[in-house]
Design a protein around this ligand. Structure first.
Ligand SMILES: CC(C)(COP(=O)(O)OP(=O)(O)OC[C@H]1O[C@@H](n2cnc3c(N)ncnc32)[C@H](O)[C@@H]1OP(=O)(O)O)[C@@H](O)C(=O)NCCC(=O)NCCSC(=O)C[C@H](O)C(=O)O
Ligand SMILES: [Mg+2]
Length: 361
């Protein structure tokens, strides 16, 4: 945990820096869309994507060639200064804390576009000490530049040590906005044997028990069903618990098989059902998938509203469609209703869809 006492936790870490937030706002962030600001074709598409995606993230780390690091940083400054992002948040992913680029990333971005940057994603976070370093540096830079709102920090969970320290990372600073899974770096660091960027693996499975013959012998060569398992279940569940404990937000990460939109949707939905609020999008075609998956369905909202209406003061138990509903299931329904309300505020199409739902008795 942080070395700070409770009363010091919400004091600025530099004289003149903005006051830390006491609550992290629940802003819709179904898709965090990555673009390389040094790639002219991608950069040209960014203004047209505003309003169609919840978060645009100018990526400076992996996937940007070493020779393009400076161009990416300068490109992001140029785009941010020239663009009104309206309802879309602007995030960046800086280079790793042990890289030769990160200091220039922070000392360039905060004075130039600090007022526009909502969140800085920090890769390969190992423990609270990494967050403390960025926290203090951001406070100094914000104070110097006269930034009026604190820039939030999002950590990527992509080392075994980071996963082991996930609780202390989440609680390291009032700037902590959330966590994402970094399955590719995490797989490498853990020496997992998958070469895929996120998603499942056909070798990670459970096989149905063998049938037995009349004498009770196992028929191991018989046809048996196999059930592919999710390589990321443990880490996502751990991340969700740590984030919920600290009042911050969990996200899935990248799904590298851009062409496999079906498996991408499955992976995103698993994360949504487990408690994640959003995911990364690496290619424009993944934005629509994320927006769809991370918005509650019409059926879920119709059911949730029925439960809310039927539960009156929120206590006791009722039967709806043959199923028991009580105080606890009401809370589950309120999670979905609250999310639908937040999304409706920024997504007019979704608002129309949710407004059209009739609540039956
Ligand atoms: C994955 C890509 C390299 C694919 O690019 P490309 O082959 O150019 O795709 P298309 O030909 O289908 O592109 C069609 C047009 O769309 C534009 N485009 C492509 N991607 C984007 C984008 N992200 N944002 C905006 N526009 C985009 C192309 O320029 C084409 O335009 P046009 O020719 O005018 O029609 C590429 O999508 C890509 O580089 N994506 C981002 C990759 C990335 O950010 N990777 C890092 C995050 S994942 C990671 O770091 C791992 C993680 O940390 C971990 O450890 O797990
Ligand atoms: Mg990574």
């Amino acid at each position: 945990m942080s070395h700070k006492s409770a009363k010091d936790f919400f004091r600025p870490l530099a004289v003149g820096a903005p006051l830390p937030l006491r609550e992290i706002p629940a802003r819709p962030s179904r898709a965090i869309h990555f673009f390389d600001p040094s790639n002219e074709k991608m950069a040209a598409k960014i203004p047209g994507m505003i309003g169609t995606v919840d978060v645009l993230l100018g990526n400076l780390e992996d996937a940007v060639k070493a020779d393009n690091k400076v161009a990416a940083r300068e490109g992001l400054v140029k785009i941010a200064q020239a663009t009104d992002f309206g309802p879309t948040q602007l995030w960046t992913r800086i280079n790793a804390l042990d890289s030769p680029w990160v200091l220039d990333d922070l000392t360039t971005l905060v004075p130039a576009i600090g007022e526009k940057l909502d969140v800085i994603m920090v890769p390969k976070v190992q423990g609270a000490e990494d967050i403390h370093y960025v926290d203090r540096l951001l406070a100094q830079l914000e104070a110097k530049a006269g930034i009026t709102k604190p820039i939030l920090i999002h950590a990527i969970l992509e080392t075994a040590r980071g996963v082991a320290n996930v609780e202390e990372i989440c609680g390291a600073s009032p700037r902590m906005q959330g966590l994402s899974l970094g399955p590719a770096d995490l797989a490498a660091d853990r020496k997992m044997k998958t070469t895929r960027v996120g998603g499942g693996h056909p070798g990670y499975l459970v096989r149905q028990d063998p049938p037995r013959d009349a004498e009770g012998n196992s028929q191991i060569d018989a046809q048996r069903a196999i059930f592919q398992q999710d390589l990321w279940h443990y880490t996502i569940a751990k991340m969700v618990d740590a984030c919920a404990t600290h009042g911050i937000y969990p996200y899935y990460g990248p799904f590298g098989d851009i062409a496999d939109v079906v498996a991408c949707e499955d992976q995103f939905r698993n994360a949504f059902l487990l408690g994640c609020v959003g995911t990364w999008s690496l290619h424009p075609k993944q934005i629509a998938i994320a927006n769809r998956v991370f918005s509650p369905s019409v059926e879920d909202i119709a059911h949730a509203r029925r439960v809310v209406a039927a539960m009156g003061d929120g206590t006791g138990a009722v039967m709806i469609d043959g199923k028991m509903e009580d105080d606890a299931s009401l809370k589950q329904c309120l999670v979905l209703v609250a999310l639908a309300e937040q999304l409706a505020e920024i997504d007019p199409e979704l608002k129309k869809t949710y407004d059209a739902i009739e609540v039956t008795a």
